[in-house]
Write a protein that binds this ligand. Structure first.
Ligand SMILES: Cc1cc2nc3c(=O)[nH]c(=O)nc-3n(C[C@H](O)[C@H](O)[C@H](O)COP(=O)(O)OP(=O)(O)OC[C@H]3O[C@@H](n4cnc5c(N)ncnc54)[C@H](O)[C@@H]3O)c2cc1C
Ligand code: SF4
Ligand code: SF4
Length: 348
């Protein structure tokens, strides 16, 4: 192989970090381009869900491990930088950057796109009153609050009844998101168990229409949650309103499908389990590199789930489809391996 082939990784979340480390270990010269001022992407707000020190295998630790490795690796890091223009160059790519210290374009034989996802904006689910009702929050906000304030963040709020509502903004073809976001069942169950462990008297209900039961230890977590008294209701509320009895509470009517009855109930806190959507600028990034998007707007790939229609451009992590951190990292390892094989073939 040509000595030290060059690869550009776009995006410094868990997927981009993993792909960059993998290729650097194989001897490639890797430049990681991150538009934010820090690395880590969306995983930075994922909190630790260990219960009294016992790990719930949420995957949150992965980021710290990767960040430690990247700073001592030969990967060249360009923060607050994004891609402005891309030209083909002798079978490879000439990538012009924006905001970079480097003024000259980068030459690379291959590119890995790892630009990640945007959180579904809960405002778009108008009937759930997010942004209007003070007792309605999102899973993202709960993760962030616990990450910033510690596991006791909800202890002193005087909560008695908490509801989690699943599939908010996912599995909904009417809004162009017919896919499952993969992670919201897992994070909601783990957050619910964490809250319950800290405040055993708290009544917690998870409203679901379906459950995504893949991933490490899901069945164990699911069973443990129910044994601990977390109630699961099959059915989602159509509308959430301010409680007429206690304005700080939220009230909703739901059809409990399994119990076969219509129920009205008040909650002190309602957590909307928001999922993932393609980045708002995914179309511009796809255009820059000449790749396609799928019907939802994620980057389109071949059967291997990592190759695009442009030879030498690979994708990794949640820019391709929703995934957990461990799954995004595993996908990035596959992308790096495919990219390495491509570089080897180029050199023949
Ligand atoms: C509410 C919520 C809770 C979650 N909880 C968990 C959990 O408990 N456990 C778990 O395993 N997973 C969890 N996840 C999923 C987890 O956040 C993702 O798996 C992970 O962040 C995906 O990493 P990524 O690298 O694919 O994308 P991202 O984290 O989105 O990283 C992409 C990076 O690319 C950068 N970027 C984007 N566009 C450009 C561009 N054009 N140029 C340069 N840089 C760019 C971004 O700034 C970002 O740093 C949760 C997700 C949600 C929505
Ligand atoms: S995997 Fe999750 S729960 Fe376990 S220690 Fe790491 S961050 Fe905490
Ligand atoms: S992971 Fe669960 S909550 Fe999220 S979209 Fe899939 S089924 Fe719904």
């Amino acid at each position: 192989m040509r000595e030290h082939p060059s690869v550009i990784v776009v995006g410094g979340g868990i997927a981009g970090l993993t792909a960059a480390l993998n290729l650097a270990e194989r001897g490639a010269h890797v430049t990681l381009v991150e538009r934010d001022s820090v690395l880590g992407g969306n995983a930075r707000t994922v909190c630790c869900k260990a219960i009294a020190g016992e790990c719930q295998l949420c995957g949150g630790c992965l980021l710290g491990e990767r960040l430690e490795l990247i700073v001592s690796s030969p990967v060249e890091l360009l923060l607050e930088t994004s891609v402005a223009r891309v030209e083909r160059d002798n079978g490879g790519f000439l990538v012009y950057l924006e905001g970079a210290e480097k003024s000259s374009p980068l030459r690379a034989q291959a590119v890995i796109l790892a630009t990640g996802f945007d959180h579904v904006d809960a405002h778009t689910k108008g009937p759930y009153g997010y942004g209007i009702l003070p007792s309605v929050t999102t899973g993202e906000e709960m993760e962030r609050k616990i990450k910033e304030e510690g596991q006791g963040a909800y202890d002193a709020l005087g909560l008695h009844k908490v509801a989690f509502i699943q599939c908010v903004g996912s599995r909904d073809e009417h809004v162009g998101r017919g896919y499952c976001s993969q992670v919201c069942c897992r994070y909601a169950l783990r957050l619910a168990r964490l809250l319950k462990a800290r405040q055993p008297e708290l009544e917690i209900t998870i409203f679901k229409m379906d459950i995504q039961n893949s991933g490490r230890d899901f069945q164990k977590t699911w069973q443990a949650a129910q044994e601990e008294g977390i109630r699961i209701v099959a059915g989602l509320p159509a509308v959430i309103r301010r409680s007429s009895e206690e304005p700080r509470r939220a009230t909703f009517v739901y059809d409990d499908i399994l119990a076969g009855q219509i129920v009205q109930e008040d909650f002190d806190l309602v957590v909307l389990s928001v999922g993932m959507q393609p980045r708002r600028d995914a179309e511009q990034v796809a255009e820059l590199f000449g790749i396609n998007q799928d019907r939802y707007g994620f980057f389109a790939v071949g059967d291997d789930l990592i190759s695009t229609i442009v030879p030498g451009v690979f994708v990794a992590g949640t820019c391709q489809a929703p995934r957990s951190m461990a799954e995004a990292a595993a996908h990035a390892q596959q992308a790096a391996e495919a990219c390495y094989r491509y570089l080897q073939e180029l050199a023949l």
